[in-house]
Design a protein around this ligand. Structure first.
Ligand code: ZN
Length: 197
């Protein structure tokens, strides 16, 4: 079933989401939620969706970066973003640790801020410990775009959105991004929109 994705201004997006117990994770209710979140993410389409975005303050997210999304993007862009296919998986009760102090800056969007984008600095490499959909402990070390997706989804569970971390003068409509900024470097975008940075 496709769920409704709430938009910025909905208070659920600003709550600290609750952790789930292993019993809750394997319950029919949460298993159904995971399937519905997967279908909703694919339908959007998006590469990640956190439960607060469907109005539920729970520490659950689904992530998937499909080969067929990447086919539409030039390979130079994929390389620059360190973006590779990520198989579907479920991230529950995550604990995130920085693996570097290096941050990288790219345009980022969110299904709960439909039609907008901004330049957001994110750590290039993180470690995440979490439970999967069968409540098994998992650890992942992620670099590049996958690290960005994890930081974005885990932010949702803490009540944070990319607008809290973005270079605010780069906030723009996707129409304007497509029209004027898509092919520019992040440095060019920032110096044009924020000349006093
Ligand atoms: Zn989001």
């Amino acid at each position: 079933m496709r769920l409704k994705i709430v938009q910025v201004g909905d208070p659920t997006l600003r709550l600290l989401a609750r952790k789930l117990t292993p019993e809750q994770i394997v319950s029919e209710e949460i298993q159904r939620l995971i399937r519905d979140m997967r279908d909703t993410m694919r339908d959007a389409p998006g590469v990640g969706l956190a439960a607060p975005q469907v109005g539920l303050p729970l520490q659950v997210a689904v992530i998937e970066d499909r080969e067929d999304y990447l086919k539409l993007i030039p390979s130079s862009e994929l390389e620059e973003r360190e973006r590779k296919p990520i198989p579907f998986h479920v991230v529950i009760n995550p604990k995130i640790t920085a693996m570097t102090e290096t941050k990288v800056e790219f345009f980022e969007g969110c299904l709960s801020l439909g039609g907008f984008s901004a330049v957001v600095p994110r750590l290039r490499k993180v470690k995440v410990e979490y439970l999967d959909e069968l409540a098994r402990e998992q650890v992942v070390e992620a670099t590049g775009w996958y690290a960005r997706i994890l930081q974005h989804e885990i932010d949702h569970m803490q009540g944070n959105l990319y607008i809290d971390r973005m270079h605010s003068r780069t906030f723009m409509s996707l129409d304007n991004w497509n029209r004027s900024w898509k092919s520019k470097t992040i440095g060019e975008v920032r110096s044009a929109l924020d000349p006093n940075q």
